[in-house]
Design a protein around this ligand. Structure first.
Ligand SMILES: NC(=O)c1ccc[n+]([C@@H]2O[C@H](COP(=O)([O-])OP(=O)(O)OC[C@H]3O[C@@H](n4cnc5c(N)ncnc54)[C@H](OP(=O)(O)O)[C@@H]3O)[C@@H](O)[C@H]2O)c1
Length: 248
């Protein structure tokens, strides 16, 4: 079903301007390469936090620090076009001074605030700062979240900061999807669990995992298919890459 919708959009020959946040990360970089190679892409705005190497002449790089409200506020000034695809691939799970919490004893207010800032406040305020350029008819927007941000699905606890901040992101995505539907431009704005993927973020946590882990390239390919197959009825959903809905 998703594949059929994807093919029909492609055959309609829709040209698009794409914005990828976190395009220097594992999934973000792979997605940047997928969109840069797509014949319907005419321009890509890609945000980076640390320095990055170039990919394609279609890409215009914009520096962004989600932990810095001034940097987020300035984002729209650096983007000259209206945007057809918004994909937020930023996120943080661990820092050099703190890993994800294993118990209540490891809760640190400053670390939880950092998680919240980078995983929830930053992506949502970045979208808000860009809102005037996102009223494009048929906007497709995806925020990479995580299944562990699902409150209903949480059966083992732990990873308090990551789970809490992704749950907050999910609620924020749901709120903005409802509001943007009133623009009457038929947007589809979703939170997406990309599945366990071999990146810097996951490296320390997948070493003992028995189940296979997908590559960033495989994740990016499925993610683009999902985004291109989104329809207005998906607006405000929390999805797996397969398009299956996840519980909140
Ligand atoms: N990998 C997985 O198994 C997995 C599973 C579930 C969900 N996810 C989610 O998928 C998304 C992408 O993760 P990934 O695996 O690709 O991780 P990654 O390789 O670590 O990429 C994370 C990206 O976020 C950016 N970022 C971090 N702090 C930032 C800040 N303060 N300001 C701006 N950008 C910042 C990083 O930029 P710098 O590197 O330049 O700091 C990087 O581009 C995240 O939302 C993650 O939670 C991943």
């Amino acid at each position: 079903m998703f594949w059929l919708i994807y093919m029909s959009n492609l055959l309609n020959g829709e040209l698009m301007k794409v914005m990828i946040l976190g395009a220097g990360g594992g999934i973000g970089r792979a997605l940047l390469e997928v969109y840069a190679g797509a014949r319907e892409t005419t321009q890509i705005y890609a945000t980076h936090h640390r320095a990055v190497s170039d990919v394609s002449p279609l890409v215009r790089w914009v520096q962004l620090d989600l932990a810095n409200p001034a940097s987020v506020k300035a984002l729209a000034d650096k983007v000259e076009d209206t945007i057809d695809r918004w994909i937020c691939c930023t996120g943080v799970l661990a820092y050099t001074d703190h890993g994800p919490e294993k118990s209540l004893r490891q809760l640190h207010a400053e670390k939880l605030q950092r998680d919240y800032m980078i995983n929830a406040v930053g992506p949502l305020t970045a979208f808000s700062a860009m809102a005037s350029k996102l009223r494009t008819p048929g906007l497709r927007a995806a925020f990479l979240s995580a299944q562990v941000g699902s409150i209903e699905d949480n059966r083992i606890g732990g990873w308090h900061g990551y789970r809490m901040s992704k749950a907050a992101l999910n609620m924020g995505v749901r709120c903005l999807a409802i509001e943007c539907a009133r623009w009457r431009s038929n947007p589809a704005i979703v939170a997406v669990h990309p599945g366990t993927t071999a990146t810097n973020l996951s490296r320390a946590f997948i070493q003992t995992r028995k189940a296979p882990v997908q590559s960033s390239a495989a994740c990016a390919s499925s993610l683009k298919q999902l985004i291109e197959s989104l329809q207005p009825e998906h607006n405000g959903a929390f999805l797996r890459l397969s398009g299956e809905r996840l519980p909140w």
